[in-house]
Design a binder for this molecule. Structure first.
Ligand code: ADP
Length: 866
């Protein structure tokens, strides 16, 4: 047996091998050491004869799922090796095979999957300057692919990194490729990586592979080839081959390849998504405090996942965006309808994720009822939409197919409340199959005959405590206590003697028993046959079920966006192609949601391709510059998603990309300093931005010395003004930059109003034209609680620096006497106090004792001056 084990293990080196032995899955050697530690189970030994003992551990087969989940969560793969023959009847060693491999990117356990996130397996193939990527969610059957060529490798790496973060796969397949940056990125990232050894040219599907794949996939591949969209399918092939190898099951539910290109969307790089907190809050690193959280009022898991896609892939096709806006606007006009649909949506189960179970034929009767109830709810939603007076809403109903023929089929076959796990009970409705009814009735009648037998025999024999019982070994039998044995009739056949009683059969009883068990067996067999037919029927219609799931998830997103728009007073944006971004009283959707009593101060924005191309924004720290800039970006993104936006009116130009350079973010994984990262980001922005892009640059140049920083910031703005011509919000503390307005027509200055009161400032949060030549850094430091000494010393130095034209400020400050220090140091204050104390002593007026005490005090005080 160990030879068999080692032979199988040889093929599954990456996985922890669960080897079925009787009622247990056993692990051996290194697997046992790792698993016992990770699962917190006992590590034992198995005697290995001459070769010595070896480590072993095991888990009961019927609870293996829990342990597998734990291992997957901890980033392991698990291969299940089952017994392929019945050990009771097998001759010699039982045949064993690996029947399935569980991996993070293919695992479909509901406890493992996050309800509002897809679980993607990403396949990457790199070749020279081409990148092929495909990714699939095995739990839902979605499959996407793209192909892109690059002129230089830096762009390829940037695209790859952005895509990896966007897709956020649980597992990556990638061919071995020599590139330092990609290697560093993959090593530093937390992604689970599988390296594929094969050469690009060698990757193809075998005839056997093809038997597992849905034929629609081949149709789609042909289309992609014919349209010259993808010239090599290695990334798709790798993905499919991996799924076949791990699942060892037909991939029925992967029946459609969606080809995507980033040029179809408003492109958002990873920095921007993080900085703008689209999916995760920066402080929370979770959905909390993100745009997704604000917009997500979806009622189904499918809707929640769909909304995330909308946020990450805003549209750039005006017609498509307007279509979404039309629907939201129409839903907003009918509050009752909106509420009714919301209520019905709550009834809908995650039918998208049932697709893998339909594909594998592992769907349970209970899940079929969930599907049935969901389809019924979808039917009601369709009716609600259809009855609307508004054409847009009626049109929305057309895309929904509630698959009534499936409803009818499930409803006529499965009982209303079936068990979650199939056992010996009936779950097929009465009246569906006459044969089944007869068989179940026979078994039921037999049972009641036996129940009556006890009463009948009691009366006949006069034995009051006679019992008819059942156990697995004897089947039905009659039990009589020892004291009543004399009354047992002759025809009883003694079968077993216990301490206090005897057990008997009767011919009549045994005949009835075989009738009951026989018909029950038949009934269960027929029941499974009917159930399997129903599974096949669902499988045949899987594509339509998936389509309906997709459409209802969109309805859910529309309802969610409408609800949020109503409750948060968002308005419908107008879209234009003329490069104008005009927002009246705009608000930051995330920041405003955190304000309870205090009011968020709304602000206007006006940008165009002419005089208002670039805004240089100055003003104190904490005034609200970052908030303002992000709010403009968020409103632009929301408008492109087809969502309403937080303001009083908005006219938004279609934008191709949004770039943000905000704050300091060390990229320690790449071993780069903050300033290096900052400049790389800037370089990327300058290289890729077009006149249709929108840029946010927050304090660019801050990471280096004042003069370099100022010079770089200056040059960047000039370049954007003359070359890139992208709409830009540029916040800075370099007040010298406000003069650029005089040189370039397209630059204007904005500032955030503050009111200075004595030595403190009040933030008014209102953006106004003009500039601030004061960052109020020292006032803000004071507000933050920096001590008085530092604050007044800083004020003193500031005054000197501002009055001094000499560029060698630092040197002069350090030279003694070059700065007139008006404020005394703490040491000086203490020294003066000490001298004052001594000179105020009047020797003639104090007694010797008082003199001694005073002297003592002065000695103590003098220690402070050392
Ligand atoms: P800056 O970038 O100028 O340093 P921030 O944009 O980070 O300032 O804003 C600081 C804080 O001020 C924010 O966290 C927020 O609480 C508050 N704030 C910003 N803008 C507004 C506004 N328009 N209305 C109310 N509070 C605001």
């Amino acid at each position: 047996m160990m030879e068999q084990y080692l032979k199988i293990k040889e093929e599954y080196k990456d996985e922890i091998l669960f080897f079925r032995l009787g009622d247990f899955y056993e692990m051996f050697f290194e697997d046992a050491i790792v698993a016992s530690k990770e699962l917190d189970i006992a590590l034992t030994k198995r005697a290995g004869g001459n070769s010595g003992d070896y480590p072993m551990c095991g888990v009961p087969y019927h609870v293996a799922d829990n342990y597998i989940s734990k291992l997957i969560n901890k980033g392991y793969k698990v291969a299940i090796c089952d017994q392929m023959e019945d050990p009771a009847t097998a001759k010699g060693l039982v045949k064993r095979e690996v029947t399935k491999i569980f991996t993070p990117g293919t695992f479909t356990d509901y406890n493992y999957l996050k309800r509002d996130e897809n679980n993607y397996l990403l396949s990457i193939v790199l070749s020279n300057k081409s990148l092929y990527m495909s990714y699939a969610d095995y739990s839902t059957g979605e499959l996407y692919t793209t192909f892109k060529s690059f002129f230089n490798i830096d762009d390829l790496v940037n695209f790859l990194i952005d895509e990896c973060y966007r897709i956020n796969p649980s597992e990556i397949l990638i061919n071995k490729f020599e590139n330092k940056y990609i290697k560093e990125f993959l090593n530093a990232s937390k992604f689970y990586i599988n390296y594929i050894d094969e050469n690009l040219e060698d990757i193809s599907l075998t005839d056997e592979d093809e038997t597992y794949i849905n034929s629609n996939i081949f149709k789609d591949l042909n289309v992609l080839k014919a349209e010259n969209k993808v010239d090599n399918f290695a990334s798709i092939y790798n993905l499919l081959k991996y799924l076949i190898r791990t699942q060892k099951n037909d991939l029925n539910h992967l029946n459609n390849i969606i080809f995507y290109e980033d040029k179809n969307f408003l492109i958002l790089d990873e920095h921007s998504k993080r900085n703008l907190e689209l999916i995760k809050g920066i402080n929370t690193n979770s959905k909390s405090e993100s745009l997704l959280e604000i917009l997500d009022r979806t009622k189904t898991s499918m809707g929640s996942r769909e909304l995330k896609k909308w946020i990450e892939e805003p549209l750039i096709d005006k017609v498509k965006i307007e279509k979404r806006l039309d629907i939201i606007e129409s839903l907003n006009e009918d509050l009752i309808l909106l509420n009714d649909i919301s209520t019905m949506l709550k009834e809908i189960y995650d039918i998208e994720r049932l697709s893998v179970k339909i594909s594998n034929k592992t769907i349970s009767p209970k899940e079929m009822i969930s599907l049935l109830n969901s389809l019924k709810a979808i039917k009601e939603i369709k009716n609600l939409l259809q009855n609307s007076q508004i054409d847009t809403i009626v049109n929305l109903s057309l895309s929904l197919d509630p698959l009534e023929y499936i409803v009818k089929e499930i409803e006529s076959i499965i009982v209303d409340d079936p068990p979650a796990v199939i056992d010996d009970n009936r779950f097929i409705k009465k009246g569906y199959s006459e044969d089944l009814d007869i068989l179940f009735e026979a078994s039921d009648e037999g049972k009641s005959w036996i129940l009556n037998l006890e009463e009948k025999e009691k009366n006949r024999t006069g034995i009051k405590n006679l019992r008819v019982k059942y156990n697995k070994i004897l089947g039905y039998f009659i039990e009589v206590t020892k004291s009543n044995i004399s009354q047992v009739p002759d025809e009883y056949i003694r079968k077993q003697t216990l301490v206090g009683s005897e057990r008997y059969f009767s011919i009549e009883l045994k005949e009835m028993e075989s009738k009951i068990l026989g018909s029950k067996d038949e009934a269960l067999k027929l029941q499974m046959q009917i159930f399997n037919n129903l599974k096949s029927f669902l499988l045949e219609n899987l594509y339509f079920i998936q389509k309906t799931a997709k459409e209802i998830s969109k309805v859910d997103v529309f309802v969610s966006l409408s609800t949020v728009a109503r409750e948060n007073q968002y308005i419908r944006p107008t879209l234009n192609d003329s490069g104008i971004i005009s927002i009246k009283n705009g608000r930051h959707p995330i920041v405003e949601s955190k304000f309870m009593e205090e009011l968020f101060v709304p602000n206007d924005t006006y940008m165009d391709m002419d005089k208002n191309l670039i805004h240089v924004i100055t003003g104190p720290n904490m005034a609200g510059k970052s908030t303002y800039m992000r709010q403009v970006a968020l409103i632009i993104i929301m408008a492109h998603m087809g969502s309403f936006v937080p303001c009083e009116s908005a006219n938004i130009s279609i934008v191709d990309r949004i770039f943000t350079r905000i704050g300091a973010s060390d990229n320690l994984a790449r071993g780069e300093s903050t300033f290096m990262v900052e400049m790389k980001e800037v370089s990327n922005i300058i290289k890729n931005a077009t006149k249709n892009s929108f840029l946010i640059l927050d304090e660019v140049g801050r990471g280096t010395s004042t003069y370099d920083g100022l010079a770089i910031a200056w040059a960047i703005i000039e370049y954007i003004a003359t070359d890139v011509k992208a709409k830009t919000l540029f916040a800075t503390h370099y007040h010298e930059l406000v003069n650029l307005k005089n040189k370039y027509n397209c630059i204007s200055n904005l500032t955030i109003a503050v009111e200075k009161k004595e030595d403190t400032i009040i933030f008014l949060r209102k953006i106004i034209e003009g500039f601030s030549n004061n960052s109020y850094g020292i006032e803000v430091a004071k507000l933050a609680g920096v001590n008085d000494y530092i604050v007044s010393r800083a004020n003193e130095l500031l005054q000197y620096i501002q009055n001094n034209e000499d560029m060698n400020i630092n040197k002069n400050i350090l030279k003694k006497d070059s700065v007139k220090i008006e404020q005394k140091s703490i040491f000086d204050v203490k020294k003066d106090n000490f001298i004052n104390e001594i000179s105020s002593i009047n020797i003639n007026e104090i007694s010797p004792i008082e003199a001694m005490n005073l002297l003592n005090q002065l000695i103590i005080n003098s220690k402070d001056l050392k």
